[in-house]
Design a protein around this ligand. Structure first.
Ligand SMILES: Cc1ncc(COP(=O)(O)O)c(C=O)c1O
Length: 412
């Protein structure tokens, strides 16, 4: 017989993996920044990764048009035919790959695609190789599904982060079901070079391991070029590709993305979608379709601006003694290494980030948010704010370190 051990029936009856889950730290810091701003502090948030430009005007017009046309009904769980066709044509145009419309699933953002892909693949006890540091959702979802994350640390060289293929191979066991790849990479800005990407894909395939490839930053590439898992000739055999309009089209709150996989897998994922959210709102898919069909000419200007911010922020950061910062090739984050400063000041990365918020109103994220392999040395700074704000955030950051140093000098 069931015995109520606590003072709430429902809390004691929650699924165990769910009791261990909490709202992603990136969102908690977003809330923190919002609260601080509401209390009158002039906050500079370099925390959450959310583009600061707006989607093109014609996308907003398309949304209005869809509403005027009354596109409010249930539609196919897999996505409307025209949305799937638009994705297929976009991938052909931008990546040069042939993806058929029935190999596409519309999802409410890449996050949902990641969850559903992993849900479809994992049985309890299955292992998932994750390059560490990583987008924290991967850790949470694998855990909630009863899988085990096997982190493989990225190597930090003097001016780049790299994936060590030998370390990936060493992490493979009989229980490895999935490798999650993410390029361009959050939080380091690494762009996995084509040869490495192809080797990783080959290694996975040889071992019968599925690749879940999260490519949401694919158009934010400042140096080198993006290589997709869809460039592998056999992708249908072992890949699930996830992307969204959140970053490239600055449509984070619209919740629209897409998964690509072989047709039979998409059919199963559609059945899952059907049981979770039935379908995406047709008016959102209509506007998204217009965005995809209109191409990325307008995005060149965005990319130029983001590159300018990257260069300016990097050069400012590198002026601070004790900081090492790899040049990000893609995405929109800087991931400076603070290990020297932290040991000089006797602070943990968590304390540093907290003090920076409290004393200077600058929100950044500690590497502990992105790592289960023990990265306690970095912070992530998003360059998704206008240049003046970015430079002022960096000036406050520099003052903060100077002040801590002089306080420490006085204590000595
Ligand atoms: C690597 C990565 N994947 C997925 C997402 C989530 O994207 P979406 O808004 O499409 O759910 C993010 C958001 O920050 C991300 O950084």
């Amino acid at each position: 017989m069931w015995v109520n051990m606590g003072n709430s029936i429902i809390l004691s009856r929650l699924r165990r993996s769910v009791t261990e889950l909490s709202v992603r730290a990136t969102y908690r810091y977003l809330e923190r920044a919002t609260e601080l701003a509401a209390s009158g502090v002039e906050v500079i948030s370099l925390g959450i990764g959310q583009p600061d430009f707006s989607p093109p005007g014609y996308v907003i017009d398309a949304l209005k048009e869809a509403c005027d046309k009354g596109m409010f009904r249930y539609v196919s769980s897999q996505g409307t035919e025209s949305f799937k066709r638009a994705v297929s044509e976009f991938l052909k145009c931008e990546l040069g790959v042939d993806v058929k419309p029935d190999e596409v699933l519309a999802v409410p953002g890449a996050s949902a695609g990641i969850f559903m892909g992993l849900y479809a693949l994992l049985n309890p006890g299955d292992e998932v190789i994750v390059l560490d540091p990583a987008f924290p959702q991967y850790f949470d979802v694998v855990k909630v599904l009863g899988g085990r994350v096997v982190p493989v640390k990225l190597r930090e060289l003097s001016d780049e982060f790299v994936v060590d293929i030998d370390n990936v191979v060493s992490a493979i066991t009989d229980r490895t079901k999935v490798i999650i790849l993410n390029t361009p990479h959050n939080p380091t800005g690494m762009v996995i070079p084509e040869s490495t990407m192809m080797k990783l894909l080959d290694v996975a395939r040889e071992h019968g391991i599925i690749v879940l490839s999260d490519e949401v930053y694919d158009h934010f590439v400042y140096e080198g070029k993006h290589t997709s898992c869809l460039h592998h000739p056999e992708w249908r055999d072992f890949c699930i590709y996830v992307n969204s309009l959140s970053k490239t089209f600055a449509m984070t709150g619209w919740r629209v993305g897409f998964v690509v996989a072989r047709r039979e897998v998409i059919q199963k994922l559609s059945a899952l979608a059907n049981n979770i959210y039935s379908c995406l709102p047709p008016f959102i898919m209509y506007a998204a379709e217009v965005a995809l069909r209109s191409g990325l000419d307008w995005f060149k200007e965005v990319l130029r601006e983001y590159r300018r911010r990257r260069d300016l922020a990097l050069s400012e950061l590198r002026k601070v003694s004790g900081i090492r910062c790899v040049r990000p090739r893609g995405a929109f984050y800087l991931y400076p290494n603070l290990s020297d400063i932290l040991s000089e000041l006797g602070l943990s990365i968590g304390d540093f980030v907290e003090l920076l918020i409290v004393k200077k109103g600058v929100v950044t994220l500690p590497s502990t948010v992105f790592s289960i392999a023990g990265d306690v040395e970095h912070i992530r700074m998003s360059f998704t704010v206008p240049v003046e704000k970015l430079l002022s955030g960096l000036a406050r950051f520099k003052d903060f370190i100077d002040e801590l140093r002089s306080m420490r000098g006085r204590v000595k």
